[in-house]
Structures are given as structure tokens and as C-alpha cells.
Design a binder for this molecule. Structure first.
Ligand code: FAD
Length: 593
């Protein structure tokens, strides 16, 4: 006997009138369990609503372009009574609420077996030589480079503003706010040296507007440059329909776009911890935190990685009492422990609490507070906060673009494997940026973008960067590139260190920030630099010299003998090389007997 099952709009978080951007089935269709029925798109995430069980669609109660709310009827399904669940209301967990595994470091490019036949359909008249899916730093760079090389290019982006996560809700707004934090901190620090300013008056609306103006200056510039390059910008949500076409859904309706080649640059999204009250507006991901809606008195930051600590730095400087909770035994996992120590010391003085090896088990939303339940050694079981920021990592969007329709392989974590020419398993379809693997960084995306665009234009380009630098724009900053000491030890790589403490740098003392150091790792057989780590003010700017040195195969003497301007923090890099060489005069290192 058959039974009917009503499928309702699930809880996808903070939404009101969320648009249906795809309807994937028709009345009368027989669907499999877990087969997607419709796609919804909130401000924060795109999710497909699957069929809870196999069955036949008796009625469809939503159409493309409708807006829906929690609990609205999507469809009625006829299922076999023997397999029908007790409940008639099916509310699946939203995709972003699933607790995702920590993403392990992946190789930037992996060997993939490429289906070369798929690129040979050259006689067909496609709409575009190249379609780029996603307009983040990867996507817009690829589109611009390809257009400069003479291709007829379309750039598809679901938001009206180009620039992706980095420009709109990532690198750029966070650095504008970190600059604010630095000015506040430096002004306060000068009181110990005889220069006293009053307590800062913070006009949060003006600050927010300034941050917004920095973003719009950049994103507006991108739109202008796209126009100058005669790139067709299409606003809407795209999914593959086959190996040479995409369907773009927007308020204006559906638009089919065909391509000879395609570059997937659809990026990533924040990982959301499951079981937390995401429907409560006091719960934040990094995008919400950058909105700077208010300055909470008590802020919990879940995650002691780069993004969590950058936002903790901002809010603490603006006046919040910040507690940081990190599951692992160190902040900024990935950086050497000695590099993290000066940062941790400074944060300890400024943050209310830093709990390592601690988990946030639960957050209960009450009227006057968010009550977090913690588990760890010597930590309070429950703490009250006014806002909670969850910054526990990002997950790729590989499963949200209909890649299967183009036979593009997506791995079980949502990454799209590529080769050193950024080709997926389909030779004419490329992928770049966050969606292809770690490290999820804008400068990796832009370099991959140029390779992909050049290969699309027939050039013999390859992604062959030896190293990709990482930076935490905390205070002090931490930057590292190449082999870390931790990796060298784990992998049995022979190395010797040259380390220069900033306590001996005149410039560091002159800006009252001598807690940092510059550390270079050398291959003892060749004297070539293989890695570097810097902690201190502006470490992010200083690390570039080390990246160049590694790329150029520089030896310690090349770095030490290069004349660096005095007095600068950049000298500390040369002096670290001199320490390794034994030629340093700015320190006294007794000779070993
Ligand atoms: P994204 O920037 O994610 O862009 C992907 C684009 O594709 C988006 O605009 C998205 O809307 C669009 N898209 C996705 N799916 C579709 C679809 N189906 N149809 C249409 N459009 C679609 N990196 C750094 O290097 N330095 C930093 O200082 C830094 N700070 C950061 C701070 C924060 C708070 C965050 C969250 C990230 C930060 N990052 C930083 C990481 C950086 O933002 C990313 O590595 C970078 O944006 C990745 O670029 P991308 O082009 O791969 O993807």
C-alpha cells in the first residue's frame, strides 16, 4: 500500500523568504532516496533539499523563483507504506550544519587522469571560448588573463559584486578592520613611552562604512576592468547541465550558456558546527563578524586558527572581552610552535581567556546570553556570551555546481582534483583556487588562475611554484613559507637554522615591538634556503623575500650579502642568514670549542 509524505522547507538558518534557484524534478517523476528536489540559496549557503525516501512526486508546491520560508510545503511524495517513515514532515539537516571533518592539507595539484576526448569538440559553435564559474580572486584573474590573450570570455557570479570571498567578505575587509585594531593598540601602547591619547571614541557606523568603501572601491574596479576587457559578466547561480554547458538561474529567469572551455573557480564556504543555534542572530560566521553589527561585551571565538584570531584581535581592540577556544594544543596549527609563542603571550594579556585542547560541545540560546558548554581540562563547564563566532575552517563548493553532469570528478571532501595545468579529469574543464585544495589562499588562486587561462589559450603553462607563503595578520603577524621545522622533523629532512631575534634590531626597538624573530632554514649540504618563519610586526610583508629566495634557489650567502636598507625590519632576514653563515656582527655568538 502507498502512503504520502509531505516534504517541507528545512531549517537553513537565518532566512526569511529564501529564493528557490532550481527545481530539479517534475510532477510524476520517480525519485530515488536522497535525490535532490530543489535548490535554495540563502545569504550564507546554497543547499539542495533531497527526497527523504524513494517515491513518486504527486505534487510540486514550489516553482523556480518562488521564495519560501521554514516549514513551507515543497512537494508531496508517494512512497511504499512498508518503507514510509512515521513522520510526514521531513526536515533534513541543512548542508552547512553538518559537522565536517577537518580538511587535511592537500597537495595543490594532484595527478589526475584526463579525458582528452572531451576537448575535441571544436566544430561546435559555442556561446563562449571560455566560461569562468565564480568571480573570486581565482575567477576574475582567469577571466582577465584569458581575455587579454584574445579569448571570448564569460564570467558567471551569483552575487552582483565581483571579487568573491576575498574582496567582499575575506582578506580585504578583515585587513581594514585589523588596521583599525592596530591603530588603537599602538596609540594605547605609546602611553608607556610618554604619549597619551584619550580613550578612542568608536563610531561603528562610520567604521563599517569605511570598510565597505574599501571593498566597493576594489570590486567596482573589477567590474570596470571586466568591461574594458569586453568580458560578458553574467549574474546568477550556475550549474553544469552537460560537458559543454551551464544553466544560470537568476531573478531574470534561466539562461543556458555553452562553452568550449570552462574554468571552475567556485571557491569555498565556512564550515558550520552542527548542533549550534544558527537560527539565532547572535551566532556568527566570519562573514557575519565582518559585518560589525555591534561590539559585543562578551565574545566567544570558536577556533584558534588564522581567521578566528584575526577577528578576535579586531573585536578585542574595539572593546570586547574575548574568549578563544581551540580544540588542538596550539593556536594557528600549521605554524611552528616557536613562531606562535610571542603571539600567544600577547594574546594572553589581551584576551579574557584562551582555552586550548578544549571543545565547544553546545551553545544554548537564552534571551540574555548564549551559554556555551565547554569540555577540556581545567575549563569552566559553562560560560555566557553575547555573541559567538565560529571559525573552524572552510569547505570547498565542489558538490554545489552539478559537476556530475559534466562528468567532472569531485572527491569525497568536495575538492576537484587537477593536474599541474589545472585540468580536471575533463581536459577542457579546469579548476582553480579554494575548490582544488589547500592552502585556501587568494594568492594561490590567482597564480593557478593564470596557468589555467594560459592553457585555455593554448600556451604551455604549468603550476610549478615551489612554495606558497602563509600569513596570519594577527598582532604580531606570523608568516611562514617552504619547509617548517615541524615538517622537517616529521619528514626527516636535514636542516640547519639561522635565527635572528628582533631584540637586537634597532628598528624593532624603535617601534617598541622587539618580541619577534626571523628564522631561516637551510639545507646543510648546499646552504640553500628551504624554509622561513617570521613573527613580528609586518612579518607578512617580510616573508616575500624568503619566498623569492626559495624560488631562486638562493644560498645563505646570497641573502646575507644582499645589502638591505638600515634600519629596517627586512635586515633581520639578512641577519638570520648571517647567523647561519657565522658572519653576524650585530649579535655576539661565542665560538664552539
Ligand atoms: P572565492 O573567493 O570563494 O570565490 C568563489 C566565487 O564563486 C564566489 O564569489 C561565489 O559567489 C561564486 N560561486 C560559487 N558557486 C557559484 C555558482 N554555482 N554560480 C555562480 N557563482 C558561484 N586569503 C588570503 O590569501 N589572505 C588573507 O588575508 C585571507 N583572509 C581571509 C579572511 C577571511 C575572513 C576569509 C573567510 C578568507 C580569507 N582568505 C584569505 C581566503 C581567501 O578569501 C580565499 O582563499 C579566496 O577568496 C579563494 O578564492 P577563489 O577564487 O578560489 O574563491
Amino acid at each position: 500500500m502507498a502512503k504520502t509524505l509531505k516534504i517541507l522547507v528545512p531549517d537553513v538558518g537565518d532566512f526569511d523568504s529564501i529564493p528557490v534557484i532550481e527545481v530539479l524534478v517534475n510532477v510524476g517523476d520517480v525519485v530515488a532516496a536522497e535525490q535532490s528536489l530543489i535548490t535554495l540559496e540563502s545569504d550564507k549557503a546554497t543547499m539542495e533539499v533531497p527526497a527523504p525516501q524513494a517515491g513518486k512526486i504527486l505534487s510540486l508546491d514550489v516553482a523556480l523563483g518562488d521564495t519560501v520560508n521554514l516549514g513551507d510545503l515543497i512537494a508531496t511524495l508517494e512512497v511504499e507504506a512498508s518503507v514510509a517513515k512515521q513522520s510526514t514532515n521531513y526536515i533534513p539537516v541543512r548542508e552547512s550544519q553538518l559537522e565536517l571533518p577537518t580538511i587535511a592539507a592537500a597537495e595543490t595539484v594532484k595527478p589526475v587522469s584526463v579525458d582528452t576526448d572531451s576537448s575535441e569538440e571544436t566544430s561546435v559553435d559555442y556561446d563562449f571560448d571560455l566560461v569562468v564559474l565564480g568571480a573570486g580572486p581565482g575567477g576574475y584573474t582567469a577571466a582577465f588573463r584569458a581575455a587579454d590573450l584574445g579569448l571570448n570570455v564569460a564570467l558567471i557570479e551569483r552575487y552582483s559584486s565581483l571579487g568573491g570571498v576575498c574582496l567582499n567578505v575575506g582578506c580585504i575587509p578583515s585587513k581594514a578592520l585589523l588596521h583599525t585594531a592596530r591603530v588603537i593598540d599602538e596609540a594605547a601602547a605609546m602611553s608607556a613611552h610618554g604619549l597619551r591619547f584619550g580613550k578612542p571614541e568608536i563610531d561603528i557606523t562610520q567604521l563599517r562604512n569605511w570598510k565597505g568603501s574599501v571593498v566597493s572601491q576594489l570590486t567596482g574596479g573589477l567590474a570596470k576592468m571586466a568591461k574594458q576587457r569586453k568580458i560578458t559578466v553574467i549574474t546568477g547561480h550556475a550549474r553544469f547541465t552537460d560537458k559543454h554547458s551551464l544553466m544560470v538561474a537568476s531573478e531574470a529567469g534561466l539562461k543556458a550558456v555553452s562553452f568550449s572551455r570552462c574554468i571552475i573557480a567556485a571557491g569555498s564556504q565556512s564550515v558550520k558546527l552542527s548542533g549550534l543555534p544558527w537560527e539565532d542572530p547572535r551566532m556568527m560566521d566570519s562573514t557575519d563578524a565582518l559585518e560589525l553589527e555591534d561590539i559585543p561585551q562578551r565574545l566567544l571565538v570558536v577556533g584558534g586558527g588564522i581567521i578566528g584570531l584575526e577577528m578576535a584581535t579586531v573585536y578585542q581592540a574595539l572593546g570586547s572581552q574575548v574568549t578563544v577556544v581551540e580544540m588542538l594544543d596550539q593556536l594557528i596549527p600549521g605554524a611552528d610552535k616557536d613562531l606562535v609563542r610571542p603571539l600567544q603571550r600577547r594574546l594572553k594579556e589581551r584576551m579574557n581567556n584562551i582555552f586550548l585542547k578544549t571543545r565547544v560541545e553546545n551553545v544554548e540560546a537564552t534571551e540574555d546570553a548564549l551559554i556555551a558548554t565547554l569540555s577540556g581540562k581545567n575549563v569552566p563547564e559553562k560560560l555566557k556570551f553575547d555573541r559567538v563566532l565560529v571559525a573552524i575552517g572552510r569547505t570547498p563548493n565542489g558538490n554545489l555546481i552539478g559537476a556530475e553532469k559534466a562528468d567532472v570528478h569531485v572527491d569525497d571532501r568536495g575538492f576537484i582534483p587537477v593536474n599541474t595545468q589545472m585540468q580536471t579529469n575533463q581536459a577542457h574543464i579546469f579548476a582553480i583556487g579554494d575548490i582544488v585544495g589547500q592552502p585556501m589562499l587568494a594568492h594561490k588562486a590567482t597564480h593557478e588562475a593564470k596557468v589555467a587561462a594560459e592553457v585555455c589559450a593554448g600556451e604551455k603553462s604549468f603550476f610549478d611554484a615551489r612554495v606558497i607563503p602563509s600569513v596570519a595578520y594577527t598582532d604580531p603577524e606570523i608568516a611562514w613559507v617552504g619547509v617548517t621545522e615541524t615538517e622537517a622533523k616529521q619528514q626527516g629532512i636535514d636542516y640547519k637554522v639561522g635565527k635572528f631575534p628582533w631584540a637586537a634590531s634597532g628598528r624593532a626597538l624603535g617601534i617598541a615591538r622587539s618580541e619577534g624573530f626571523s628564522k631561516l632554514l637551510f639545507d646543510p649540504k648546499t646552504d640553500q634556503i628551504i624554509g622561513a618563519g617570521i613573527v613580528g610586526v609586518n612579518a607578512g610583508d617580510l616573508i616575500s623575500e624568503c619566498s623569492l629566495a626559495i624560488e631562486m634557489g638562493a644560498e645563505a650567502a646570497d641573502i646575507g650579502l644582499t645589502i638591505h636598507p638600515h634600519p629596517t625590519l627586512s635586515e633581520t632576514v639578512a641577519m638570520a642568514a648571517e647567523v647561519f653563515e657565522g658572519t653576524i656582527t650585530d649579535l655576539y655568538i661565542p665560538k664552539r670549542k
